[in-house]
Design a protein around this ligand. Structure first.
Ligand SMILES: Cc1cc2nc3c(=O)[nH]c(=O)nc-3n(C[C@H](O)[C@H](O)[C@H](O)COP(=O)(O)OP(=O)(O)OC[C@H]3O[C@@H](n4cnc5c(N)ncnc54)[C@H](O)[C@@H]3O)c2cc1C
Length: 260
C-alpha cells in the first residue's frame, strides 16, 4: 500500500574548525591570543576568513586600521549588510531531504552554484510502494484525495506486477538495473524519494529566499521553510536578518539584504 507522507529535513554535517591548524595560523599571523565569541564553528570560520582579508584580527597588524569589530555577531552582520557574500561560501552545511518528490528534486537541482547533490538512484533502487505528498489543494478535497490514493496504490501494484512478470528477483544485477529503470517510467513525479544536498551559507540564503517565496511550488516552500527554521535555530547570526510572513500556511523568508 502506498502511504501519504510529509517531506523531512535532516542536517547531517557542517564545517568544523581544526583548532590546532587555526592556532598555527594565528601564531603565523602574530595574533596568537585572538579569540572569537562565535556560537558555532561555521560562524567562527567565516569570521577568520573575513578578518584575514583586512588583517583585522587586531589593530596592530594593519596600520590603516584604528578599530576592529570585537564580536562575531557584529562582524557577521556587517558582512551581510555590506553584501560580501563570498565570505559566506566558506561554511558548508550537509542536509538530507527525505520523502521528497521528484517534483521537488527537479526544482532543487536547478540551483547549481555552491551545492553538492547525491540523489537516490531509481535505476538501482527498485520501486515497490509509492509513497506520496498531497498538496493542500488535494488534501482539501475528499474526492481528489481518494483519486490520488487509488492511483498511487494502482501504480504501486503495477511496479510489483512488472517485477513478477519478469521474475526479476532471479535476474543478474545488471538485468535488474535495466528492468528497474524501465519500470520507473511508469512512476509519477509525485513519488517520495530521497536526496542529499550540501550547500554553502551563501547558497542556502539564496535558495531559502527564492524557494519560500509564495510564487514557488508548495512542496519546495515547505522543505525550505524547514531549512530556514533549522538554520535560524542553529546559526542565529547568519540568518538573523530574515523576517517571516506566513503565506498559505508556509513561512516566506524575506530580507532587505537580498544581494548577499
Ligand atoms: C518560482 C520559480 C519558478 C520557476 N519556473 C521555471 C520554469 O518554468 N522553467 C525553468 O526552466 N526553470 C524555472 N525555474 C528555475 C529558475 O529558472 C532557475 O533555474 C532556478 O531558480 C535556479 O536559480 P539560479 O539561476 O539563481 O541558479 P543558482 O545555481 O542557484 O545560482 C545562484 C546565482 O549564481 C549566479 N549564476 C549561476 N549560474 C550562473 C551562470 N552560468 N552565469 C552567471 N551567473 C550565474 C546567478 O546570480 C544566480 O542567481 C523557476 C524557479 C522559481 C523560483
Amino acid at each position: 500500500m502506498s502511504q501519504l507522507i510529509l517531506p523531512k529535513v535532516f542536517i547531517i554535517g557542517e564545517s568544523k574548525i581544526d583548532s590546532v591548524g587555526l592556532q598555527q595560523l594565528l601564531n603565523h599571523l602574530s595574533v596568537p591570543a585572538w579569540k572569537s565569541d562565535a556560537d558555532t564553528d561555521v560562524e567562527k570560520l567565516l569570521e577568520v576568513y573575513g578578518r584575514a582579508c583586512y588583517k583585522s584580527f587586531d589593530v596592530i597588524l594593519n596600520p590603516n586600521l584604528t578599530r576592529v569589530r570585537k564580536h562575531n555577531d557584529e562582524y557577521i552582520k556587517n558582512i551581510i549588510e555590506k553584501g560580501d557574500g563570498s565570505v559566506l561560501e566558506h561554511g558548508m552545511i550537509n542536509f538530507f531531504f527525505a520523502d521528497v518528490s521528484r517534483v521537488f528534486t527537479h526544482e532543487l537541482v536547478r540551483h547549481r552554484v555552491g551545492t553538492a547533490i547525491s540523489q537516490e538512484s531509481l535505476r538501482f533502487v527498485r520501486l515497490t510502494d509509492l509513497n506520496w505528498y498531497a498538496p493542500i489543494c488535494i488534501q482539501e478535497d475528499v474526492q481528489a484525495m481518494e483519486i490520488f490514493s487509488r492511483t498511487l496504490n494502482s501504480l504501486s501494484q503495477l511496479q510489483k506486477d512488472l517485477a513478477d512478470l519478469y521474475n526479476i528477483d532471479n535476474m543478474s544485477f545488471e538485468k535488474k538495473k535495466e528492468l528497474t529503470s524501465a519500470f520507473r517510467r511508469l512512476a509519477p513525479d509525485g513519488l517520495a524519494t530521497n536526496i542529499g544536498w550540501s550547500a554553502n551559507i551563501r547558497t542556502i540564503r539564496h535558495v531559502l529566499e527564492m524557494r519560500t517565496n509564495p510564487s514557488a511550488e508548495e512542496e519546495i516552500r515547505l522543505v525550505f521553510s524547514q531549512v530556514g527554521k533549522l538554520m535560524r535555530e542553529r546559526y542565529k547570526t547568519l540568518f538573523d536578518d530574515y523576517e517571516t510572513e506566513i503565506v498559505n500556511g508556509i513561512d516566506w523568508y524575506k530580507t532587505k539584504h537580498r544581494k548577499v
